[in-house]
Design a protein around this ligand. Structure first.
Ligand code: BDR
Ligand code: CA
Length: 316
């Protein structure tokens, strides 16, 4: 498989951490990680990202911080999120703090990389679309140079996970999401429609715990998430599926829609497809309606391989 260049944009909680490990494990080149608010505050997402990249043997990957919240206001992380992802966002697993963020703001870093890498680059957004919206507002033309944009967010055919209608990443900044969806830029939407069906179990993560420092930490943070994300004895692989789809688009069955995001009333944060011809703008959103049911097994193999390689390297 050709090496993919990815720019990850995230609110680094547990499933974002799994997405980083999956991308590294697949041999993707991560040109940088831009961080924002959502599962945690922006500065916590930055710290988690720096610590995880160091743990995974990639301390050189640049990490940039975005705004502290939408509309110039600081973001308040919900109690539900603190419970699901742990107080620190990574299942209360304590990692040594390593590295410093880049002084370049997240949206500027996105623009720089789109300009530099062009079609070779795929943007993978697994938090709000705030940083991407800022980049598009500054230069849509530059963002359009990227080869693709894959986002984890939204719910088209299923209920939301923070309200009956809205999924968390969209609900945390609906205005930014609406702007990006209506920008006409080609987007691949990996929503709850497909991510809720990809499940990770305790049985799987137990196998990681014996594979060195990184395996042990990941077993602990994923184990915490399994216990707190739902009461099903397994957790959804939201963000890793989006990263995987950027690397291997064939994992998804998608359908093109013209879409928007509701910003008012009880439907605030709902992702809506305009299906009537007179309402249809550009069908720029390829929404995933099915995904490879074998993805959780694949993730396990990729992560086991990565942790084993890191363990061997650490022992040399
Ligand atoms: C999404 O919201 C966040 O809690 C997760 O990291 C994921 O990106 C799931 O709705
Ligand atoms: Ca996320």
């Amino acid at each position: 498989m050709e090496t993919k260049k990815l720019l990850l944009d995230m609110d680094t909680g547990v499933d974002d951490a799994l997405a980083i490990a999956y991308a590294i494990g697949c041999g993707a080149e991560i040109v940088g990680v831009t961080c924002g608010f959502g599962n945690v505050e922006t500065h916590e997402a930055v710290r988690n990202t720096l610590d995880l990249l160091a743990l995974l043997g990639r301390p050189e990957v640049p990490v940039s911080a975005g705004d502290a919240g939408p509309g110039g206001q600081p973001f308040q992380v919900s109690e539900a999120c603190r419970k699901i992802h742990g107080q620190n966002g990574i299942g209360n697993v304590s990692l040594p703090h390593r590295g410093e963020p880049s002084p370049i703001p997240a949206h500027r870093f996105i623009l720089e990389q789109c300009e530099k890498e062009g079609a070779a680059l795929t943007l993978v957004c697994t938090g709000t679309l705030h940083n991407l919206a800022r980049a598009v507002r500054e230069s849509r033309e530059t963002v359009a140079k990227a080869g693709g944009i894959v986002l984890m967010g939204g719910a088209l055919t299923v209920e939301g996970n923070v309200t009956p209608y809205a999924e968390a990443n969209i609900a945390n900044d609906p205005e930014a999401a609406k702007f990006v969806f209506e920008s006409g830029l080609p987007l691949t939407m990996v929503g709850l429609d497909v991510t809720l069906k990809q499940r990770l179990t305790h049985e799987t993560v137990r196998g990681w715990a014996v594979r060195g420092e990184a395996g042990k930490a990941y077993a602990a943070l994923a184990g915490y998430y399994i216990d707190h994300e739902s009461d099903r004895g397994s957790c959804a692989l939201h963000d890793p599926l989006a990263a995987a789809a950027a690397i291997e688009p064939g994992l998804l069955d998608t359908h093109p829609f013209a879409m928007t995001v509701l910003t008012e009333g009880e439907g605030r944060g709902r992702t809506v497809a305009r299906s009537f011809p007179e309402e249809c703008g550009v069908r720029n959103v390829s929404a995933a309606l099915e995904a490879d049911p074998g993805f959780a097994g694949k993730l396990d193999r990729v992560l086991q391989g990565l942790f084993a390689r890191l363990d061997r390297k650490g022992g040399e």
